[in-house]
Design a protein around this ligand. Structure first.
Ligand code: GN1
Ligand code: MG
Length: 365
């Protein structure tokens, strides 16, 4: 993929607002995110640096992240607390953790993490274990974040009930006239609505604690080195108060089988027992000591719930006319919905076995 000359110019202009060692030369699109616009910029060579430094430029989607200072304040605190396992945030020349370009758009800059890669589809059980261990260890690290509660920059982010409320609104409005063709998908979502309150009720009852969690533990939000070891957690914008099982659930959603999030061949969307076991082993190793019995007892459930919640979000966006997630083809959000719901079905069929794996592992700790 190439970057438009307008975007390249915009990134070069933005770069001058940040404390970078040199001007930016080449610019390329970067990453697979659905929300922000991300570019990789390579600094022109300088006398000091023989290898040109590379930087990640992200234009923050302010339709979604309305409180940019609050968001970037969170990211600054989290990266400062977890150096080495988070990317290095580059400050703007005025000292703030972001800057606005001439058109008013907000940007942040990270140093690019060299020698690491992100994985789009899970490749082995060993990789699943390492990913889950690293995200679990990140939770453990966040448990000691000093200072006040992080800003809740996206209130109700994993409040599945409010995700359902948004779906109901989208069905009622049917703004893009798509509800009829999505009748079966809507029926599947509504049949599962009773599950939406489970974690929230446990929290209200005092059994499920609020913690600082990543909140978007997608497989591709972690960088691995050539030896397959986790080096860095990415996409910190949703790191804020939340529930530990939701992070595990997002890993199950994205790393329990090798199908893509928008896989069209639904027969391929099936959680693999070896991956589920590896994810549970890794997460309990990484976060284990932190978790209480209620959290552990709801890990398997959270996998199902997060796949369901994500399907509900994609479906609502499809019905609204694709206003939230960037799409790359017509019907993309419906394709994504169907893949998520296929995963829910698969996780349901494996639920008892998955629960047994987790309780056995937990008992052996
Ligand atoms: C979005 O930014 P990105 O693409 O990593 C979304 C997540 C979803 C994910 C689905 C702020 O993440 O919650 O799980 O898409 N982020 C936001 O792939 O809504
Ligand atoms: Mg994200």
């Amino acid at each position: 993929m190439v970057v438009s000359s307008d975007d390249a110019t915009a990134v070069r202009d933005v770069a001058r607002l940040f404390a970078l060692p040199a001007e930016i030369g080449t610019v390329a699109p970067h990453g697979q995110g659905h929300i922000n616009r991300t570019f990789l910029g390579t600094a022109t060579a300088t006398a000091e640096a023989s290898v040109p430094a590379r930087f990640v430029f992200q234009q923050i989607n302010e339709k979604i992240f309305r409180d940019v200072p609050g968001l970037m304040g969170n990211i600054r605190r989290v990266t400062a607390h977890a150096p080495g396992v988070t990317p290095v945030l580059v400050a703007a020349r005025d000292g703030r953790p972001f800057a606005r370009d001439a058109a008013g758009a907000a940007w942040r800059v990270y140093r690019f993490v060299e020698g690491a890669r992100s994985v789009q589809k899970i490749e082995s059980a060993a990789q699943a274990r390492e990913v889950a261990r690293a995200f679990g260890a990140f939770q453990q690290k966040l448990a000691t974040l000093p200072g006040p509660r992080l800003n809740d920059v996206l209130p109700g982010f994993h409040d599945t009930r409010s995700r359902y409320a948004a779906l109901h609104e989208a069905i009622a409005a049917d703004a893009a006239n798509r509800a009829a063709a999505a009748r079966d998908d809507i029926a599947f979502a509504l049949a599962h609505e009773p599950e939406s309150g489970v974690l929230l009720e446990l929290h209200a009852a005092g059994a499920l604690p609020e913690r600082v969690v990543h909140n978007d533990c997608k497989l591709n939000n972690l960088l691995l080195d050539a030896a397959g070891r986790a080096v860095c957690v990415l996409d910190l914008e949703t790191t804020m108060p939340g529930f530990a099982p939701c992070d595990f659930g997002d890993m199950v959603r994205t790393a329990s089988c090798a199908a893509a999030e928008d896989e069209l061949d639904l027969a391929r969307v099936a959680a693999e027992p070896a991956m589920l076991r590896a994810l549970a082993e890794g997460f309990l190793e990484g976060a284990g000591a932190l978790l209480n019995a209620t959290e552990i007892a709801h890990l398997a459930f959270a996998g199902r719930l997060l796949a369901l919640e994500q399907g509900v979000r994609f479906l609502a966006d499809h019905l609204r006319g694709d206003t939230y997630y960037r799409i790359h083809r017509p019907g993309h959000n419906l394709d994504r919905t169907r893949a998520q719901f296929a995963l829910v079905r698969s996780l349901e069929s494996r639920h008892a076995a998955f629960e047994r794996i987790i309780s056995d592992l937990a008992a052996r700790r």
